[in-house]
Design a protein around this ligand. Structure first.
Ligand SMILES: NC(=O)c1ccc[n+]([C@@H]2O[C@H](COP(=O)([O-])OP(=O)(O)OC[C@H]3O[C@@H](n4cnc5c(N)ncnc54)[C@H](OP(=O)(O)O)[C@@H]3O)[C@@H](O)[C@H]2O)c1
Length: 317
């Protein structure tokens, strides 16, 4: 156990209504952590640095899991580069500054696979970060994530009295509390919404975004929460890079759509609209570092999809 971390400590989970934050909250509750703080955005807006700092001081916050952010799929990222850049950059600076000023002990931050240079060999290895050009369509978001996670690395190397920053790079995450809006969501949430809606409407066929050939790696939100908990409780030295979290398993978008169709019972024809944005042909992370530390993912894609679709049907429809 990390010496700085105890079950009695006050822990702030930022973004706990979201996909990853809600999974972290569930995981800490399951592990009997009681002093958990998870204000809504109305109660605490992390864009307001003074409010953020005062909240930490007033509530004697010791550790922070910073899962608040502006998050969306490739189309929304491409169309709103500036707001992804501005919001996430401001959140990044506030998280880094408040962590130091409020004397926090352990702080977990979230990077993204789009920080990797597009030409780096796949699976992407942590050592390849900052070695080449990154994808243009998500540049605004990626720059803010590089600032956040590389900034944390700079601070980690600066001094012993500063917080213990742990930056992670989860690959495409899915699970309860995901975004299922087809304009702003990531691919998996959009596919569930579209295919389930087609099933309910008895549509004979549907047309999906892109060629269907791109390969992606999906990691269930409970696995991301489990990996974070593992890192907090096991890391003995401040990490020098952000750490990949994934499953090492990839699936084409077409096969993912077929899998979802099977689970929801949609028997219509699935077409792909080849003129639309496809994103990178492949995106897989090397998780050797996590495996070497002793962590492995536990949730199979099929099981995660069943849980996610179940949550979607009960909470969104
Ligand atoms: N999803 C992925 O595939 C993925 C992969 C890698 C990294 N990440 C990173 O992981 C983190 C969490 O992602 P997620 O997918 O869980 O996102 P999400 O589901 O969209 O949740 C984001 C959370 O942040 C809150 N939030 C946003 N702006 C805020 C603000 N100014 N003040 C207070 N709360 C604010 C949202 O609250 P409201 O709902 O009230 O707006 C929500 O609770 C992000 O940093 C993201 O970049 C995500």
């Amino acid at each position: 156990m990390n010496n700085n971390f105890s079950i009695e400590d006050n822990i702030l989970i930022a973004g706990a209504s979201g996909l990853i934050g809600s999974a972290v909250l569930r995981h800490f509750k399951l592990n009997r952590y009681k002093n958990l703080f998870h204000p809504t955005k109305n109660e605490l807006n992390y864009l307001n640095k003074d409010q953020f700092f005062e909240y930490c001081v007033k509530n004697k916050i010791k550790h922070l899991i910073f899962a608040a952010g502006k998050v969306g799929g490739i189309l929304d990222n491409k169309n709103n580069q500036t707001s992804y850049l501005f919001d996430n950059t401001e959140l990044a600076l506030n998280a880094l500054k408040v962590s130091i000023e409020a004397d926090l002990k352990i702080v977990v931050l979230f990077g993204s696979s789009c920080m990797y240079p597009i030409k780096s060999p796949q699976p992407y290895k942590e050592k390849d970060l900052l070695t080449g050009k990154i994808e243009k369509t998500s540049m605004g978001y990626a720059i803010s994530k590089i600032l956040l996670t590389q900034g944390a690395n700079v601070i980690n190397e600066t001094g012993r009295h500063y917080p213990f920053f742990i930056s992670v790079i989860p690959n495409s995450t899915y699970g309860p509390n995901d975004n299922f809006d087809d304009k702003t969501s990531h691919v998996l949430g959009a596919l569930i919404n579209k295919i389930y809606t087609a099933k309910v409407n008895n549509d004979p066929e549907i047309s999906l975004f892109g060629t269907g050939k791109s390969l992606r790696e999906f990691v269930y939100s409970d696995d991301v929460a489990d990996a974070i908990f593992f890192l907090i409780t096991n890391l003995k030295e401040k990490p020098k890079t952000a750490i990949n979290i994934g499953t090492s398993e990839e699936i084409s978008i077409k096969n993912l759509a077929l899998e979802i169709a099977k689970i929801v019972g949609y028997n219509g024809k699935i077409n792909f609209n080849i003129n639309k944005l496809d994103g990178a042909p492949r995106k897989i992370l090397d998780i050797t570092q996590m495996k070497t530390l002793g962590w492995s993912p536990k949730v199979y894609l099929k099981d995660g999809l069943v849980n996610t679709i179940d949550w979607y049907v009960n909470n969104i429809r």
